[in-house]
Design a protein around this ligand. Structure first.
Ligand SMILES: [Zn+2]
Length: 376
């Protein structure tokens, strides 16, 4: 929507340039009337040269002073499967940070009105252990600040986030039955998994091929579970664990950060910790009271863990509405970020800041994506 508006603005700016040039040609009607044909031709050429120069100047301005961009990461890790493409390998993360250091200006998320041209803010959602183990050493080596948003209900938990558990229990479990029956939120569901395929670890939700039975199961269960409260999600995962004989214990590096690890991160001068709700709900689907409990609850829990004020927030799944934004303002948070893939425009609301979701891109692709979003 905003992009469309912006594109329209661009068209407006372009036609304004054309109008300016047209005016330059007609500002001196007497000269134009007196001019012979060749002089008129020269005048027209000067006009188009002026238009061309203005276009170049505008492009150069974008190249020299791109708008600030907030990057959204989740994991710095090489998983067996990454169906939602949320992990960046440590090698690629380093390459991406080296590019940020080289062509941009890494800045901490502070007052968005002070985010300046070429500024790039690094953020991480959820609070995975690999942020500490894999990302922090690279950020430290390159002296790049970052903000980590913590879903506080998972702090110290030995279990996985629900979407990761779902991945291992559907795409990863070797022993799913041919007919899978689950009760979800009081309703009975059945999936036919006959002709079950060998595990295709490279599959992700953007893969163009027709989905195989397990991949369909994963996608359908994800869509069914996402709107549910955490207890209902857990009830479904518990059925899948019982059917497949899987332990609830998190796989190595799939657990969230523990309280002691948050304290270590809070002591890092480069790291800012922000809140990401308690149970990671889809906020826009919740009442204002529920949203308040989740946002205020995670802020208070995190402040208790790290003994310092928490001023920044990230909406789970990027999902928010007016109630969410007003709640953030009431709680005196300074910023709240979404997942709208745009640069930060001048005058952007501090409670609806856009972010570019970073994939496992190599250096040149990362540089291209960064340039595209900061000039789009
Ligand atoms: Zn999240």
């Amino acid at each position: 929507m905003r992009k469309t508006e912006r594109e329209l603005n661009k068209v407006d700016a372009q036609s304004k340039d054309d109008r300016d040039c047209a005016r330059a040609e007609t500002d001196h009607p007497s000269a134009a009337m007196k001019s012979s044909a060749p002089r008129h031709l020269i005048h027209r050429q000067a006009g188009s040269a002026l238009r061309f120069a203005r276009r170049i100047r505008r492009r150069l301005h974008w190249a020299v002073a791109p708008e600030p961009v907030i990057l959204c990461y989740h994991r710095v890790f090489s998983p067996e499967r990454d169906p939602h493409l949320l992990s960046v390998s440590p090698e690629r993360f380093r390459a991406q940070m080296e590019i940020v250091r080289r062509i941009a200006r890494p800045v901490a998320l502070d007052d968005p009105s002070r985010l300046s041209a070429r500024g790039v803010v690094i953020t991480f959602d959820d609070g995975y252990l690999d942020n500490l183990q894999n990302a922090l050493p690279i950020l430290r080596a390159l002296e790049i600040p970052a903000t980590l948003y913590i879903a506080t209900g998972n702090v110290g938990a030995k279990r996985e986030f629900w979407w990761d558990d779902l991945e291992r229990l559907t795409l990863g479990a070797p022993n799913l039955p041919k007919i899978l029956r689950l009760e979800i939120n009081g309703r009975d569901f059945e999936w036919n998994l006959e002709g079950n395929e060998a595990d295709d670890r490279s599959w992700n939700v953007l893969s163009p091929n027709e989905r195989r039975p397990r991949q369909r199961l994963f996608c359908e269960l994800h869509a069914l579970l996402r709107p549910l409260p955490a207890a209902e999600q857990e009830a479904v995962l518990a059925q899948l664990r019982a059917i497949t004989g899987t332990s609830p214990e998190a796989r190595p590096l799939y657990r969230g950060l523990a309280e002691s690890e948050l304290k270590m991160l809070a002591a890092e001068p480069l790291i800012t910790l922000g809140a990401h709700t308690v149970s990671h709900p889809d906020l826009a689907l919740r009442s204002r009271e529920e949203q308040h409990a989740e946002i205020a609850g995670s802020k208070a829990q995190l402040e208790h863990f790290i003994a310092r004020p928490v001023e920044h927030f990230s909406y789970p799944y990027g999902s928010q509405n007016d109630d969410s934004m007003e709640t953030c303002a009431e709680l005196k948070l300074r910023t709240a970020v979404t997942c709208i893939a745009q640069a930060v425009e001048r005058g952007a609301s501090p409670f609806r800041l856009p972010r570019l979701l970073v994939r496992d891109w190599d250096g040149p692709e990362f540089a291209r994506q960064l340039a595209t979003v900061s000039r789009s």
